[in-house]
Design a protein around this ligand. Structure first.
Ligand code: OOG
Ligand code: NI
Length: 454
């Protein structure tokens, strides 16, 4: 019988290969990684409580691994195959994000591992967007764009063969797994040449920079990778001191004692030389690739999430200017508004705002455990709570990341309806609901504790 390589191992190797490729392609990204690693070790040295928490949840070991990357696809058939490619590594589509209302003509999901053990072993995720061609108003342009996309093949024969083999046989042998990583990575590499003419590129650009980024290239180059930082404010400041052009504001919630959801920032996309080959050889430029960092906090329940959305909107609405115009005033408005969001883990738990793991304290066997109600086990210090980290994305933040890396040409928003059904049809399956997954993690942790208590 063939011995299959665990899918988690393939995912880990894939993320390492992707990181290596991107650091070579974008040397500034390597600088960012080094900066983040420095700040993470400083932060851990200063904060024992954080270190204890990360040890208990098993995250300490994976702290300096990249947490996500992002790609943009052009056709439904590309999305279907991409879903199958990620399934080889046990990465499944979680969540549906509609970015069209924020002026970005895509809808998206995130491919990631879906249970605690798998996330622990390799947390790598890919935010994957599909261009919504139907939002291009110009009929002729849309038709030509479609034909160009239909003429490209973003997957190598080798990877297509191995995807099928893994599906048929249930896994890949060690040699096949190595080959799979090599072949899969090819899809995400950068191309210095574009198959279209510069004039057509400019036409696409005038519709939306993102349309040019997808239709103008041979494949869905990885457009950023994102390590996890333990102190995003420190990295943002330090980028400034080191002369790295940072995005103006940190997206997401304000700095808090108990971090929630996700805060993100990035360095601005580079302007890179391209040779357009659609009409002879023409020199030009394209702006797409950047480096991002993220700081993650606890996952929120639907109740917590709706409070977050409400407060974020309130803070933004209270400003008479775009947040980017005066970051400090924006942070101050955020901080004030978010005083309405409890900032103690116990309160987040009591109010049902966030998801937690239940864990047994070390000394539990010395205690009276006859009353097995959760409340009494918590009160008696037999059970403790540890935050479940948010593993997903935020549409308002994602739109901010997109915009800041697509140049200044802001778009007021598309009227096209949000269309999860059509996205899922293109994907070939339904996306997982992230809240169901967090709830399952929480429930399972309790079951395991109760089983140990007998
Ligand atoms: C994806 C932007 C979204 C995030 O971290 O929110 C994203 C893109 O620019 O393609 O990666
Ligand atoms: Ni990102």
């Amino acid at each position: 019988m063939i011995q299959f390589v665990p899918k988690t191992v393939i995912r880990h190797n894939f993320s390492q290969a992707m990181s290596k490729m991107y650091q070579t392609e974008v040397p500034l990204y390597k600088e960012l990684i080094d900066l983040v690693a420095d700040i993470n070790s400083d932060t851990l040295e200063k904060d024992d409580e954080l270190k204890r928490q990360l040890t208990n949840t098993g995250e300490l070991e994976r702290i300096n691994l990249e947490r996500h990357g992002a790609i943009r696809l052009g056709l439904p058939s590309e999305l279907t195959t991409m879903r199958r490619l990620f399934a080889v590594m046990d990465m499944h589509p979680v969540g549906y994000y509609d970015l069209s209302s924020a002026g970005v003509p895509v809808h998206s999901t995130a491919f990631r591992a879906i249970n605690s053990a798998e996330l622990q072993a390799s947390p790598f995720r890919v935010f994957c967007s599909l261009l919504r061609l139907e939002l291009i108003k110009d009929d002729k342009l849309r038709q030509i764009a479609l034909e160009i996309l239909q003429n490209r093949q973003i997957f190598s024969d080798g990877v297509l063969f191995l995807i099928e083999k893994s599906e048929k046989e249930g896994g890949l042998s060690s040699d096949d797994a190595d080959l799979f990583v090599t072949e899969a990575i090819k899809t995400f590499k950068w191309h210095k040449t574009s198959p279209i003419s510069k004039a057509f590129y400019d036409k696409l650009l005038s519709q939306h920079r993102l349309i040019a980024d997808v239709v103008g290239f041979y494949g869905p180059h990885i457009n950023h990778l994102t390590p996890r930082t333990l102190d995003i404010d420190a990295v943002q400041d330090e980028m400034g001191s080191r002369g790295i052009a940072a995005k103006e504001i940190i997206e997401g919630p304000p700095r808090r004692k108990c971090p929630i959801l996700l805060r993100q920032t990035s360095f601005k996309a580079l302007n890179e030389a391209i040779i357009f080959t659609g009409d002879g050889r023409e020199e030009g430029y394209h702006t797409a690739r950047f480096g991002e960092i993220e700081q993650r906090g606890i996952a929120l329940t639907p109740k917590g999430r709706s409070l977050y959305d409400k407060l974020l909107n309130k803070a933004r609405a209270s400003l008479k200017f775009a947040p980017e115009k005066d970051p400090n005033a924006y942070y101050q408005a955020l901080t004030e508004t978010f005083t309405a969001f409890p900032d103690e883990y116990q309160a987040l738990y009591n109010d049902g705002l966030a998801y937690f793991y239940y864990q047994l304290n070390d000394h539990f066997s010395d205690k009276d455990t006859s009353d097995k109600s959760v409340q009494s086990l918590l009160d008696n210090d037999i059970l403790r709570l540890e935050p479940i980290v948010y593993e997903d994305f935020l549409p308002v933040s994602a739109a901010g990341i997109f915009q800041s890396n697509l140049g200044e040409d802001t778009n007021p928003g598309y009227e096209g309806k949000s269309n999860q059904d059509s996205f899922e049809q293109d994907l070939g399956i339904k996306v997982y609901d992230e809240c169901d997954l967090y709830q399952a993690m929480m429930d399972k942790s309790l079951e395991e504790c109760l089983a140990k208590l007998g």
